[in-house]
Ligand binder design. Structure first.
Ligand code: URA
Length: 428
């Protein structure tokens, strides 16, 4: 690889120039090896945040991050592969029912996931509330599980896009997380390296999401769909609402229980709607759209796939889930209609109760979280329970209650409420 001068690379982007593929390959490789220093990469990341990158630059940046590590290959598997990635939301437990549901429809789901940070929960944290379940799988175990069970949700190993791990940690402390080229290349480098044949992106929009407005979410979706397509992964994106949290629970074991309800043919209507919408997209992207996933929730085959998926990773799907030691109920102070339930407030409350972590090495509480008893549009009477807060550490209640204080509105009885659409747009 030809050597470049790092200051010249930074200055090119600072002066709104276009980086060459050679410069990008070199700077990512040199940064991963420690030859380019953190302060130099910070300056480049800030120049990218301020001046952007064109499609060719973003593709090259993504390819260089993929090339920094291993790339899994499931092409020899007995079934096609398809995956989903959510940009993160509150109460977003969709992966849990979705992966076994799609497996029950005949397509394999290799879902390499992360842990939660901040107010959005992580899929691995949720699954780890199941007694015995372990997140780590070797590549051979992952492949065998995909062949035998059809779905695996596990921790992304250190070998996958190591350049992204280093760069993401740097962006986190340098105010450069928000750059769309850097977000898109970060997410897509990991998903492409994971080796899935098809990918559906759930790009969340609203207070509880990374992207607060639909225009920026659409731009991110378009860039990510372009990157997937350029890399030979059939990719589509749904823009979905995250102004209101999904379902009725936010918290690790609470969300597992709600997901099991969906797999048993029940569960909250919005969780079922989004699970089915994403399952249909995943199956279509894998060229396997003759099966209706709704049937697999009714006939029990999605639940069977869930049990096999949990057992394959040491978990006991029949074991009681952990519950928190203490709870506190918030009741309605007036009769009326719940017209607003703010995702960020609920997510922050669940996080403060111990369901999430502030630093990546912090432990999480399996039973902590929030259950909301009403959703926007529901009538409530004075004294009705609105929220149940749960934690093992009751000194956390005050700060969680403070987060919820302005997080909901009970309007006068009879107030009309029109729910916004859950699926806002589709980008392909
Ligand atoms: N998630 C990622 O993996 N990377 C980002 O840059 C943002 C969210």
């Amino acid at each position: 690889m030809a050597e470049h001068d790092v200051v010249e690379v930074i200055a090119t982007k600072r002066d709104r120039g276009t980086l060459t593929t050679g410069q990008i390959d070199w700077v990512i490789d040199a940064y991963t090896r420690g030859e380019v220093a953190d302060e130099q990469m910070s300056a480049l990341a800030m120049a990218i945040l301020l001046n952007g990158m064109d499609r060719a630059e973003i593709s090259a940046w993504t390819a260089a991050m993929i090339a920094s590590g291993e790339r899994l290959d499931f092409s020899g598997l007995s079934r096609a592969t398809t995956d989903k990635h959510s940009t993160g939301g509150v109460g977003d437990k969709i992966t849990l029912p979705l992966a076994p549901l799609v497996a029950a429809c005949g397509v394999a789901v290799p879902q390499l996931s992360g842990r939660g940070l901040g107010h959005t929960g992580g899929t691995l944290d949720k699954l780890e509330s199941i007694p015995g379940w372990r997140a780590a799988l070797s590549n051979d175990e992952l492949r065998a599980q995909l062949d035998e069970v059809g779905a695996a949700v596990c921790a992304a190993g250190d070998g996958l896009a190591p350049a992204d791990r280093k760069l993401y940690a740097l962006r986190d402390v340098t105010g450069t997380v928000e750059a769309i080229p850097l977000i898109a290349s970060s997410i897509m480098s990991k998903k492409i390296a994971e080796g899935t044949g098809a990918l559906v992106l759930d790009v969340k929009v609203g207070s509880g999401a990374f992207m607060k407005d639909a225009d920026r979410a659409r731009e991110l979706a378009e860039v990510m769909v372009g990157l997937g397509t350029d890399a030979g992964v059939r990719t589509v994106a749904l823009l979905t609402d995250m102004s209101t949290p999904l379902g009725h629970t936010a918290g690790n074991a609470l969300e597992v229980a709600e997901s099991v309800d969906v797999l048993a043919g029940g569960g909250p209507a919005d969780v079922v709607e989004l699970t089915l919408a994403l399952a249909r997209e995943m199956l279509a992207a894998a060229g396997h759209d003759a099966v209706d996933p709704a049937d697999k929730l009714v006939d029990g085959s999605a639940m069977d796939a869930w049990r096999r998926m949990i057992r394959a990773q040491g978990g006991d799907p029949e074991a009681p889930l952990p519950t928190a030691r203490e709870s506190h109920v918030v009741t309605a102070e007036r009769d009326g209609v719940l017209t607003r339930l703010d995702a960020l407030s609920v997510g922050t409350a669940a996080w403060r109760l111990g369901a999430g972590r502030a630093r990546k090495e912090d432990p999480v509480q399996a039973g902590a979280g929030v259950r909301w008893h009403a959703r926007p549009g529901d009538r409530v009477a004075v004294g009705d329970p609105l929220f149940t807060l749960s934690t093992d550490t009751p000194e956390r209640f005050d700060r969680a209650l403070a987060a919820l204080e302005d997080g909901y509105t009970v309007s006068a009885p009879g107030t009309a409420y029109a729910a916004p659409p859950l699926v806002i747009d589709r980008v392909s």
